[in-house]
Ligand binder design. Sequence first.
Ligand code: 5GP
Ligand code: MN
Length: 343
Amino acid sequence: MKDLASELAQVKTVAIAGHIRPDGDCVGSCLATYNYITAWFPQTEADVYLEPIPNIFKFLSHADRIHHTCESDRTYDLCIVQDCGDAARLGAAVKYFNTAKKTICIDHHVSNDSFADENYVFPEKSSTSELIFELIEEEKITKEIAECIYVGIVHDTGVFQYSSTSARTMNIAGILMEKGISYTKIIDETFYTKTFEQNKILGQALLNSRRYLENQVIAAAVTKEEMERYQVLPKHLDGIVSQLRVTKGVEAAIFLYENEDGSWKISMRSNEKVDVARIAVKYQGGGHVRAAGATMEGSSQEVIGTLCEEIEKQLQREEPAGKELCQKDSDTQEESWQGAGEA
Ligand code: 5GP
Ligand code: MN
């Protein structure tokens, strides 16, 4: 696939979908595509399907048109899935993917298994939003489209901080700035601003945190009861794992929150050595080398223990991160892990 325009020239109806629990890159990239179609392909009918989005992204153009349920049984000419590494992560919108005449996946997850007809997948890229920028004509990027792409890049790079940020990413950000967007306001209001309740739960998570493996790993869990006490939802917990990661001396950070059914949603981050995507994939999750997630069962201490064991294996082997990614774990060494559960 060389650009979106040639794909759109042949179709009348398009469904756009992203991953469950949509984040900034998912919302930004999906709305960028939607706004591009509505602005430049008026004959094409497009629908965006995403789970409810965080309030901070609702200022983006046409966020109010996103379908949060998938009641219609429409069959689309084309289904474009974005920022999603596997079909299971599409949630209810998977039905539009399964029935569409053609499917395209635009993504940057290293765990992506090329599940669409056409796969535009570049794991080294900062964000799906950066890929969308590459797929549409620069002169057709309106201020509204620029805002969507900028939000996606800012969120997936931690404000241009992560190693996935390239010179090209910065170059694109510069072009977007010239489209007249409020770039400082976007960073402040969508990335740094937290509600009072979010700051409280961050404080609680930091109080709950403990270090393992000679302080190379930090982990914290928040329970359903704590989330109720501070009146926060899962979507309000973004950023906690990032704060854990910047603890001095730490290589990897693990953050867990309890799901309704008692299982744990895991977020992992690493600094230099650990390939957290490889661990997440082993537990049916996915993500990137330095940021990945999964869902796991057991007590929080058991889950932290299991993940520390995986991290320890990588630290002991001192394997360059990224190697053997997504392959089945062929490790036969049964190293016993000690440390989780200890003070
Ligand atoms: P986060 O920790 O911020 O939720 O996610 C970090 C990265 O891992 C994101 O790119 C996200 O899409 C991916 N990720 C998180 N949880 C899962 C999961 O359960 N399955 C898959 N496939 N990817 C996940
Ligand atoms: Mn992304």
